[in-house]
Ligand binder design. Structure first.
Ligand SMILES: NC(=O)c1ccc[n+]([C@@H]2O[C@H](COP(=O)([O-])OP(=O)(O)OC[C@H]3O[C@@H](n4cnc5c(N)ncnc54)[C@H](O)[C@@H]3O)[C@@H](O)[C@H]2O)c1
Length: 246
C-alpha cells in the first residue's frame, strides 16, 4: 500500500456514485486524491489524503483553476479520472438543442478539456494515466432513448482511443471504463422516471441479472489507472455483467 503513497489522483464528479467509490478505493490504495465536483461539498469524503475542490468540468477556466491548485499543493499529477457526467432520457425527436448542448458539454467536451489540462503536468513527470468513464451506451443503441447521452459517450470512447495514440510515446496512458447499469442515486431517479418496465428490461437484458455496485466500477478504474496496467492504453473495458456480449 505505501508504495503508492506519493501518487496523486484527480477524480471528477466525486461527490457521489462511481466517483465517490473511486475516491474511497484510491484512499485504500494510499493515493493522495483531489476530489472535485460541481456540487459545493462532498459529504462522505472528509478523510486525510483527500482534498475537495469545486469544479465545473465543462468550463476551461475551471480546469485551469483546479490544475493551479494541484500544482501548488503537490507539484505533480499521476492519475486523472474523468468521471463527472449527467444522464437524460429524451430520444432523437424529443431532444432539444439546449439539452443536446448541455449533455455534450458536460459529458464529452469535459473529457477533452480534462486531458488537455493535465497532460502538461503529466509530461513534466514523464508519466501519467487517464481513465475516462464512458458507458455501454457509447457503443450500443440501448433502448433507443437518451440520444444525447449515447452521442456524448460515443465521443468519450473515440477521444480515449485518439488521445491514447497521441500520448503513448510520452508514457501517458489513456483508457476508458464503460459501465453497464450501476446502483447509484442518479440512475435510480432516471429509471423511476422511465418506469418499472425499463427496470425489468435492464435485468432481463443483463446476463448477470443484477446491477453493478459502484465499487465494482471503482476497482476497474483503479486497475487501469495503476501499476498492474502499465502496458494497456487505448482500451475500453466494459464492466457490464455481460451486456455487450449479447
Ligand atoms: N450509474 C450508471 O449506471 C452509469 C452507467 C454508465 C456510465 N455511467 C457514467 O459514470 C459516471 C458517474 O456517474 P454516476 O452514475 O456515479 O452518477 P452520479 O450522478 O451519482 O455522479 C455524477 C457526479 O458528477 C457531478 N457532475 C455533474 N455535472 C458536473 C459538472 N459539470 N462538473 C463537475 N461535476 C459534475 C454530479 O454532481 C455528481 O456528483 C458518469 O460519467 C456516467 O455517465 C454511469
Amino acid at each position: 500500500m505505501s508504495k503508492n503513497y506519493q501518487q496523486v489522483a484527480l477524480v471528477t464528479g466525486a461527490a457521489r456514485g462511481i466517483g465517490e467509490a473511486t475516491v474511497e478505493r484510491f484512499v485504500e490504495e494510499g493515493i493522495n486524491v483531489v476530489a472535485t465536483d460541481i456540487l459545493p461539498e462532498i459529504r462522505h469524503l472528509k478523510k486525510a489524503n483527500v482534498i475537495f475542490l469545486t469544479h465545473d468540468v465543462s468550463k476551461a477556466e475551471s480546469w485551469a483553476s483546479i490544475l493551479g491548485d494541484v500544482k501548488n499543493q503537490f507539484g505533480r499529477l499521476d492519475i486523472l479520472v474523468n468521471n463527472a457526467g449527467i444522464g437524460t432520457l429524451p430520444d432523437v425527436e424529443e431532444e432539444e438543442e439546449r439539452g443536446w448542448m448541455e449533455m455534450l458539454d458536460t459529458n464529452a467536451k469535459s473529457i477533452w478539456l480534462g486531458i488537455k489540462a493535465v497532460v502538461p503536468l503529466m509530461r513534466s513527470n514523464k508519466s501519467g494515466s487517464i481513465v475516462n468513464v464512458s458507458s455501454i451506451f457509447g457503443a450500443s443503441g440501448g433502448f433507443g432513448k437518451s440520444a444525447a447521452y449515447h452521442a456524448s459517450k460515443g465521443v468519450v470512447s473515440a477521444v480515449t482511443r485518439n488521445a491514447a495514440i497521441r500520448y503513448a510515446p510520452e508514457n501517458i496512458r489513456v483508457n476508458a471504463v464503460s459501465p453497464g447499469f450501476v446502483k447509484v442515486a442518479r440512475e435510480e431517479k432516471t429509471i423511476e422516471k422511465a418506469g418499472d418496465e425499463m427496470s425489468q428490461e435492464i435485468l432481463f437484458r443483463t446476463p448477470m441479472k443484477r446491477w453493478a455496485e459502484p465499487s465494482e466500477i471503482a476497482s476497474t478504474i483503479n486497475f487501469l489507472a495503476g501499476k498492474d496496467a502499465t502496458y494497456i492504453t487505448g482500451v475500453e473495458l466494459f464492466v457490464d455483467g455481460g451486456w455487450m456480449a449479447t
